[in-house]
Write a protein that binds this ligand. Sequence first.
Ligand SMILES: C[S@@+](CC[C@H](N)C(=O)[O-])C[C@H]1O[C@@H](n2cnc3c(N)ncnc32)[C@H](O)[C@@H]1O
Length: 227
Amino acid sequence: MDKDLKKQTKSKDRVRKHGEVFTAEREVKAMCDLVKDETERIDSRFLEPACGDGNFLAEILSRKLAVVRKKYGRSHPDYEKNAVLAASSIYGVDILQDNVLACRERMFSIWDREYTAVCRKDCSEQTREAVRFIFSRNIVCGNALTLMCVDEQGADTKEPIVFSEWAFITGCQMQRCDYTFAELLAEEDPKAAKQQNFLEPPAEEGHFLKRYVSHYKRVQEHDEDRN
Ligand SMILES: C[S@@+](CC[C@H](N)C(=O)[O-])C[C@H]1O[C@@H](n2cnc3c(N)ncnc32)[C@H](O)[C@@H]1O
């Protein structure tokens, strides 16, 4: 097998079953450059429905964090809050659990490397835990075609994929609203959702499953099952 292709694949079986071929760094950067302004906006939301171990998501996070450092690096409280916001805006789905776990870990280590370098002695373990929690909710093990969560074998479960929308409301208070993936798609394009029988378009905009508000360092206190 060609050397570069070998780096981009794990096994023939995974390529055959899941189309798993990782995108090379050069292409990732070039594609992100196509939407450069968005990748550099701290709160712009990105979702990759077949994220693998996070080649695109990692690049987007690095770009956003570079902007946070440039804008807020001199004030540790402002840096911390905006770095949490950057982390909370990035989402991924993959059908393979090992990819999802690797992706969450990779995202956290990029985030934590920057956080530690900027905030040094002002770093807080509680904030690190909050960011780990955000990645555990935002990077989901699921089937992006059926919009359902999957088990360790990649088979659909009865649980729909649910994403949390994070937003700062006042000061350090962060709001989390949970929506099913199906509902988010229906809001995006009600006609397409109806044609595909995902669900009826929502009766009113902003219909969510659950809403939580807490200090951004304590978002993990609203913890439920998430593998
Ligand atoms: C071509 S790879 C791309 C990975 C990554 N986006 C990249 O560019 O490096 C496709 C990924 O989609 C995942 N995948 C395949 N079918 C899927 C599905 N129905 N739902 C979610 N993920 C899926 C595979 O596990 C694999 O990681």
